[in-house]
Design a protein around this ligand. Structure first.
Ligand code: 5AD
Ligand code: SF4
Length: 441
């Protein structure tokens, strides 16, 4: 029997991988409650936005969406705001967008089934647990969108309180899952045919097994040793908690991918201190030296904020010189965006937007040259690549190396590699953001 129109939903996700994975759990939960997912707003009875508030631009997106579709309320459609904007703005969302029926932060997703019953009865529902919750959102109903690689949350929340960051307020305090529960999920995924797992957390290195069995590095190794799992990644790491044991695990367990994302934010110790990052430039570089000394070549990526209040030109130059020193494989650069509740909101000496934009461009241009040179050193090398899809227009397959580099490749003699399989590819051309090659048979 087809589902009643009111039991259909459309969900759009904004923001980070944590949000993408939360949405997979929310979708599974909705399906377990008799809902059916549809791919357009028009076909849906319930429209959900899983939102991001890390920067102002991300936050504004959801309010634009809500304004765009407001008229659909007349057709009896209901709207829900989930995630970081929901937690941050709370019931104020009902005032700004009165057509919204549900506001639910990520620490309250376990209450979704009851909240759905409430909105079905024509009431409003709110889930706004404060940051003190001890619970993780564990569910048997995760609906993963990719059948080959998938996420597992190992730790939720953040206790670091960097001066610019809204996450400790939107996602609550740090709480880890037991290693037993993480490993059970990894085994279950391997049984279902998954070969790549990405362990997720706002700050994976501060993982503390509530059962007291595993350190983070031991958990990494244990997941990587689950039969059937060929690749394990993890994100995001905080330099303060990043120990040599993680590098040792990567050295000794081949299924741990040779890639670490280690956000630095700034190359200036003075700015790092103002950001309350809890490490100096030198301490950060020490962690980089552990990775550079490893037996396997580890690719390193980072996040950088330019134009933090009071950042001088010479402090910005220190960030540029850090790029020269580290030779990152990739960076994500952001203009500082003042966020509600955060200590940086009250800092003086704001940098004008045009200056932030200039610094961001200078940062990206320098990094482009570095990546061009770094990637060029891969010419002629053979990489194992997991096939992720095909670019029909170019008759090329798309894959990813263990170092997380995109490889576009041709398959000779009519070979048709299937999505999800691992193939060897020799690099025949290099670009700043990708490699190109030919499959080796
Ligand atoms: N402004 C700009 N960038 C930010 N980030 C976090 N908060 C802010 C902010 N207020 C960046 C950091 C972080 C990444 C996920 O987003 O670089 O590592
Ligand atoms: Fe993710 Fe942070 Fe954005 Fe929330 S605010 S979605 S945790 S990046």
């Amino acid at each position: 029997m087809p589902a009643a129109p009111s039991k259909t939903f459309y969900l759009e996700t904004f923001g980070c991988q944590m949000n993408v994975h939360d949405s997979e759990k929310v979708i599974g939960t909705l399906i377990s409650q008799g809902y059916r997912q549809v791919s357009t707003v028009e076909d849906a009875g319930l429209i959900l936005y899983n939102t991001c508030s890390i920067r102002d631009k991300a936050e504004q997106k959801v309010f634009h969406r809500l304004a765009d579709y407001k008229k659909l309320q007349a057709q009896g459609k209901k709207f829900a705001v989930l995630g970081c904007v929901a937690q941050q703005e709370g019931e104020k969302i009902f005032e700004r967008a009165p057509h919204v029926s549900m506001v639910c932060g990520s620490a309250s997703y376990r209450n979704l089934p009851q909240m759905l019953v409430q909105i079905e009865a024509g009431k409003r529902a709110t889930g706004l647990d404060d940051r003190e919750t001890d619970e993780c959102f564990e569910t048997e109903f995760t609906s993963r969108s990719n059948p080959h690689r998938g996420y597992i949350t190992i730790i939720e929340g953040c206790d670091k309180f960097c001066a610019y960051c809204v996450v400790p307020f939107t996602r609550g305090k740090e709480r880890s899952r037991t290693s037993g529960s993480v490993l059970a999920e990894a085994r279950q995924m391997a049984d279902l045919g998954y070969s790549e797992i990405q362990l997720l957390g706002q700050n994976v290195n501060s993982y503390k097994d509530p059962a007291g069995k595993c350190s983070f590095a031991e958990l990494l190794a244990a997941v990587a040793e689950v039969p059937g799992i060929k690749r394990v990644r993890f994100t995001t790491s905080h330099p303060r908690d990043f120990g040599p044991d993680i590098v040792q695990a990567i050295e000794s367990v081949p299924t741990l991918c040779d890639h670490v994302h280690l956000p630095v934010q700034s190359g200036s110790t003075r700015v790092l201190d103002a950001m309350q990052r809890l490490y100096t430039r030198e301490q950060y570089l020490e962690r980089i030296s552990w990775m550079k000394a490893a037996k396997r070549e580890i690719s390193i990526t980072t996040d950088i904020i330019v134009g933090f209040p009071g950042e001088t030109e010479s402090e910005f130059q220190e960030t540029l010189s850090l790029l020269d020193e580290v030779q990152y494989d990739g960076i994500f650069g952001f203009k500082f965006s003042p966020r509600p509740n955060t200590p940086a909101l009250k800092l003086e000496d704001a940098i004008p937007d045009a200056e932030k934009a200039r610094r961001l461009t200078a940062l990206q241009e320098k990094q482009r040259d570095i990546q061009m040179r770094k990637n060029a050193s891969n010419l002629g090398r053979v990489f194992e690549v997991m096939v992720e899809g095909k670019n029909e227009a170019r008759a090329q397959w798309i894959g990813r190396t263990s170092q997380n580099k995109v490889m576009n490749f041709k398959a000779p003699n009519g070979a048709v590699p299937e999505v999800g399989v691992y193939v060897s590819v020799v690099t025949t051309a290099t670009f700043p953001n990708s490699l190109a090659g030919e499959m080796v048979i």
